[in-house]
Structures are given as structure tokens and as C-alpha cells.
Design a protein around this ligand. Structure first.
Ligand code: FES
Length: 86
């Protein structure tokens, strides 16, 4: 199990390897393409970047070398706790 906290407000308990998209959507984060190309779903990772899946190719293309942001349509939570802000 893993814990996803969004904006210090909503907390979700998720199975390991679960995409975070549905929880983020429930918390009000907007989505567009859902394929990693539009950037609508950018979130800031405040804590727990190491608990998220590896950057996808789409994230590298869109975010470059930034290490504090992710595309919520692209990543999965793996373990532990992750805190996001948007
Ligand atoms: S919804 Fe377009 S990049 Fe995530």
C-alpha cells in the first residue's frame, strides 16, 4: 500500500503500482490529453519523488531535467508516501 496526499487536503490509500491519475482527478486536478503531451496535469512533488515510478519518455520530453514536477497522467505510485501540490 502507498499513501497519496494532495494539497495537504485529500489523502488516498492506493495499492502499489497504481496510476495516480484517478485520485488526482478526484482531487480536482485538471487533465487534457492524458497522454503526456499537453502539460495540463503538471503537479509539484513536495515529498516522495522516490516513491513514484520512473519518468516516462513523455515526461522527459515535456519536463526536461526538472526533478520536482511530474505529469499526473503518466506516473504510478509505488510505495510509502507521496505529497503533491497543484
Ligand atoms: S493530461 Fe496532458 S500531459 Fe497529462
Amino acid at each position: 500500500m502507498a499513501t497519496l496526499n494532495i494539497n495537504d487536503d485529500e489523502t488516498f490509500e492506493l495499492d502499489s503500482e497504481t496510476p495516480i491519475k484517478d485520485s488526482c482527478e478526484e482531487a480536482g486536478i485538471p487533465f487534457g490529453c492524458e497522454e503526456g503531451v499537453c502539460g495540463t496535469c503538471i503537479v509539484e512533488v513536495e515529498e516522495g519523488m522516490e516513491n513514484l515510478s520512473e519518468f516516462t519518455e513523455e515526461e522527459f520530453d515535456f519536463l526536461g531535467e526538472l526533478d520536482c514536477e511530474r505529469l499526473a497522467c503518466q506516473c504510478k505510485i509505488l510505495k510509502g508516501e507521496v505529497k503533491l501540490r497543484y
